[in-house]
Unconditional design. Structure first.
Length: 434
């Protein structure tokens, strides 16, 4: 049964991956057609074609390797300065440029002269190239909202899980009370496991982070605490102690290894599945977006640990980069967890949503061959054309993005090497759900 559920989880992620790729390419396709650019192909996957059908002037299909996709647009790069599009040099760098230029025109048909990508205004090209990643962002937001507002997420609540019997500095990392340790305010006030805190010092709250902040801000004060116990409201009084507690960041998350002196009541909060409202969902997604940006910026620094995990048997870090194979494996593990099926589905949707958020951010890097590289090229063209207009100079014409192809090959090579390293680590030392 476990193996079957593992396979089911992998299939669910694979379907989510294919939908995400198809959705991304649909963004490029729809906007390209909107602006009159001819698109000969719309393909999900790479390698040999396993199915295709032509509708209008576009061939739609699936290929054998479902780890990507593409649309082919006519005239992605302008002709060279002499108006030719065939290779004219034995230089390997020049050959790269002209090969790319030739590929952009290889399916040129009569009448296509007015349907070339590079002839469209820069703002239209920005929209076409941005539309793909933007579709991933839309899908990510839709999935996140579905889970946050529909299913809910696991988080700490105002219900008491356990009560500490004494005051212990959290930096000491011990649970056993000593004779010299003072009694905790929660124990002294009569707080019990199962109590649901309704208000603290006259402030009503159902949010754990808010309750935690109220407690931390009240060292030395004697405060009333209203709890719900067996269906009845009970008022307790506690003198809040001053203690060394874990530091929290601006988002309310614990900062590992850092401590501050603040108010301390002395209980552990129970966790539960809590649905978020729209405002809380936006805040949560904003925090995840910031974390994702930081993760991408930190990728180069994680390569040594990833290498050690892949080849030296070092432990795989929880925040280690993970590829499609690793994500599929995690998707399979989700469906083997001993949690309700609704939460299995919610976690799987979260995984696909996170994948789409990563696709958006990664593709917006201003580097060829990524979409962000083409966006940057179009913006640069718009800037220099407008500058020439202001300075009353001749129009410099289209920016020849093809001249950046040698850089694109280097970037692609780095990405390929990184992808292979992640793949090896995902196979021999995978990230696992804890």
């Amino acid at each position: 049964m476990t193996a079957l559920m593992m396979i089911l989880g992998i299939v669910v992620f694979a379907v989510g991956l294919l939908v995400s790729i198809a959705w991304h390419e649909l963004g490029h396709l729809s906007t390209a057609k909107l602006f009159g650019i001819r698109v000969p192909q719309y393909m999900v996957g790479f390698g040999p074609t396993i199915w295709s059908r032509k509708k209008g002037d576009t061939e739609y299909g699936f290929k054998a390797i479902p780890f990507g996709g593409y649309i082919r647009m006519i005239g992605m790069f302008p002709p060279g300065d002499d108006g030719r599009i065939t290779a004219r040099s034995t230089s390997p760098w020049r050959s790269m440029i002209e090969d790319a230029r030739s590929a952009a025109f290889e399916e040129l048909e009569p009448g296509d002269e007015t349907r070339l990508f590079y002839t469209r205004k820069p703002w239209k090209r920005v929209i076409v190239m941005f539309a793909g990643p933007f579709m991933n962002l839309i899908l990510a937001v839709a999935l996140f909202l579905t889970v946050l507002m529909g299913f809910g997420i696991s988080q700490q609540t105002n219900t008491v899980s356990s009560v500490s019997q004494c005051v212990i500095a959290q930096s000491q990392n011990r649970d056993t009370c000593r004779a010299s340790d003072p009694a905790s305010p929660a124990a002294a006030a009569g707080l019990k496991a199962g109590d649901k805190i309704l208000s603290f010092n006259g402030v009503k709250t159902t949010d754990w982070n808010k309750l935690s902040d109220l407690i931390r801000a009240a060292p030395g004060k004697t405060v009333p605490i209203v709890v719900e116990r067996k269906g009845q409201d009970v008022t307790l009084h506690a003198k809040i102690a001053s203690n060394q507690v874990a530091k929290k960041d601006s988002g309310g998350q614990i900062v590992q290894g850092q401590y501050v002196t603040a108010g301390f009541l002395g209980f552990s909060a129970a966790t539960g599945i809590v649905r978020q409202d729209f405002g809380d969902s936006l805040t949560w997604m904003g925090d995840r977006m910031g974390e994702a940006v930081d993760s991408i910026a930190a990728l180069p620094g994680k390569i040594p640990a990833l290498w050690n995990a892949a080849f030296d048997g070092a432990p795989r870090q929880a925040d280690s980069p993970m590829g499609v194979v690793g994500a599929a494996r995690v998707g399979g593990e989700i469906f083997t967890l001993d949690i309700p099926p609704t939460q299995q589905l919610a976690m799987a949707l979260m995984l696909v949503a996170g994948f789409n958020l990563s696709l958006f951010l990664f593709n917006m890097l201003p580097l060829l061959p990524l979409d962000g590289g083409h966006v940057a090229g179009a913006l640069w063209e718009a800037l220099r054309r407008n500058l020439a207009k202001v300075l009353k100079r001749p129009d410099p014409g289209p920016f020849d993005v093809a001249k950046l192809m040698p850089v694109a090959y280097v970037v692609a090579g780095i990405f390929v090497c990184f992808t292979i390293l992640v793949l090896i680590a995902d196979v021999v030392n995978p990230v696992k759900i804890t």
